[in-house]
Write a protein that binds this ligand. Structure first.
Ligand SMILES: Cc1cc2nc3c(=O)[nH]c(=O)nc-3n(C[C@H](O)[C@H](O)[C@H](O)COP(=O)(O)O)c2cc1C
Length: 201
């Protein structure tokens, strides 16, 4: 099994990355493969609402990086999206990325009943709103959400400060343990309990 962890920060080794690493470590201990995908330093265009994805083959913007990441997202078992908090919301690059990833017709159905988790990293304020924002993408895609012992946020300012937020890092580890359990439950019950069918509009 594999979980993708997306770092929305432009800082490749900043606090969001470190929060994600904490979760990845626990997933690895549970025998689950992980890959951290750097999003925040990529020039990601937002959705231009062209409707081109209605053809069912994904986003038609010429963007080989995005196409490759979409393929990985289809194939993985779980996804964790980490964003730094900018002005009390997720950062712009992460928003552009998530809008395009989840809007793709014919693609989003592959995310159905995969396990997801949101992570928000901030200095002081805005993490809960950011956490909620990211959860909206899971909930409209029929994804399962891994819970934790707090809302998944880490408080940190300068790169590296994340290591000083013991409760935040513990929240990441508990979320990752619960995600591992959900993935293992899904795998173990695959034959006995088939996935439910959704009614189509
Ligand atoms: C443009 C910008 C806006 C920010 N807005 C907020 C904010 O609204 N609330 C907050 O607590 N921190 C805010 N911060 C601080 C970052 O969220 C914080 O430094 C975080 O640790 C950055 O994560 P990173 O190291 O992964 O980039 C902001 C930082 C930047 C650059």
């Amino acid at each position: 099994m594999k979980v993708l962890l997306f770092n929305g920060s432009p800082k490749t080794n900043g606090n969001t990355y470190q929060a994600l690493c904490e979760a990845a470590h626990i997933l690895n201990l549970a025998g689950i493969n992980t890959e951290i995908i750097q999003v925040g330093s990529v020039r990601v265009s937002g959705c231009i609402a062209c409707g081109g994805c209605a053809g069912g083959s994904g986003c038609v913007l010429p963007d080989p990086w995005f196409a490759q990441v979409t393929k990985k997202a289809i194939e993985c078992d779980g996804m964790i999206f980490g964003s730094p908090v900018y002005f009390a919301g997720m950062n712009g690059t992460m928003k552009a990325f998530l809008d395009r990833l989840f809007y793709q017709r014919g693609i989003r159905q592959h995310f159905r009943l995969k396990v997801g988790a949101a992570v928000a990293v901030c200095r002081r304020a805005g993490s809960v709103g950011t956490f909620d924002e990211i959860n909206h993408y899971f909930l409209i895609s029929e994804m399962l959400i891994a819970p934790s012992t707090y809302w998944n946020n880490v408080l940190a300012l300068q790169p590296g400060d994340a290591q000083n937020d013991g409760e935040g890092l513990r929240t990441m580890r508990n979320m990752a343990r619960n995600m591992a359990w959900m993935l293992q439950m899904k795998q173990a019950t695959r034959q006995a309990i088939p996935l439910p069918e959704a009614e189509k509009l």
